[in-house]
Design a protein around this ligand. Structure first.
Ligand SMILES: Cc1cc2nc3c(=O)[nH]c(=O)nc-3n(C[C@H](O)[C@H](O)[C@H](O)COP(=O)(O)O)c2cc1C
Length: 260
């Protein structure tokens, strides 16, 4: 059996690492932003300033993402005709039609290999890059995310994951294009959350939408089939009555499962 050390916990904890400073924040302000964010379905007739949009998109890009491969894109649809068409493709929902801004968040599992090469190039250009860091992108990511042309490696990977998994914890996915898409959607969805919270922190509002025709969205933006639309997010200033009702969540214990 092939032996691959995915993560050496002893080495990771023993090695001397430079700790990044952990700044203190105003936690109350953060929680207030989280609580104040609501999905807004009707927006006021007011623009979102361009610098606000740019800051919020930059915050979105700071979201954590798998292997830092950044297989995501935020398509800011600024052309008024395209935006009208996008709102139509979003089933004419008021959250899209009344919004001054629409951003389409797109997962790009099809670009992981290219981004992996960007990472390798960047790491190689820095003489301080530890060998392990480079090895991660030269070996591990390739092993984990490669499915082969028409998925020919999938059965071999399945056997390898399964056999290895009998004796040792083994990451078992992705084994299909659908799982690779899920992988990319996870990171993209985190960018969406960052974006919406950043908008609220700036005093603006948003609505995430998956009520759209993904095929038409891809065609409108000129995206290939391998690009997967995660969400369309509208943004603007909430109008009176733009939030449809009080916020409701099930009891916290339906969500938080404590294993003590
Ligand atoms: C992935 C996703 C898709 C959603 N799609 C839509 C949508 O198409 N239209 C809509 O009006 N709201 C949509 N929502 C908003 C949810 O309905 C909303 O987040 C939920 O009701 C909770 O309300 P809150 O966001 O105000 O806390 C979506 C939310 C998410 C996360």
């Amino acid at each position: 059996m092939v032996k691959v050390k995915v993560f050496d916990s002893k080495e990771a904890t023993s090695r001397k690492r430079v700790a990044a400073a952990a700044p203190q924040h105003d936690a109350a302000s953060f929680h207030a932003v989280v609580e104040a964010r609501r999905s807004v379905r009707i927006y006021a007739d007011e623009e979102v300033p361009e610098d606000v949009m740019r800051r919020c998109l930059a915050s979105a890009q700071l979201a954590p993402n798998s292997s830092n491969l950044q297989v995501w894109e935020a398509h800011w649809v600024r052309n008024p005709d395209q935006r009208r068409e996008l709102a139509r493709i979003c089933m004419g929902q008021p959250a899209a039609v009344t919004a001054p801004e629409l951003v389409v968040f797109v997962a790009r599992p099809d670009r992981w290999r290219e981004h992996n090469e960007w990472m390798i190039r960047r790491l190689k250009s820095d003489p301080k890059t530890p060998a392990k860091g480079l090895q991660y992108f030269e070996k591990i990511t390739k092993l984990v995310y490669t499915l082969g042309p028409w998925g020919v490696f999938r059965p071999f990977k399945w056997v390898w994951f399964t056999v290895r998994g009998w004796s040792t914890p083994t990451p078992r996915e992705p084994l299909s294009l659908a799982q690779l898409a899920t992988w990319a959607h996870k990171s993209t969805a985190l960018a969406c959350a960052h974006y919406m919270l950043a908008l609220r922190a700036e005093g603006f509002d948003s609505c995430p939408m998956e009520g759209f025709d993904a095929w038409r969205v891809r065609r409108l933006l000129g995206l290939p089939r391998g690009a997967k639309v995660t969400m369309v997010i509208s943004a603007g200033r909430r109008a009176e009555g733009g939030v449809y009702g009080p916020r409701f969540r099930f009891d916290l214990d339906t969500f938080v499962k404590e294993h003590v």
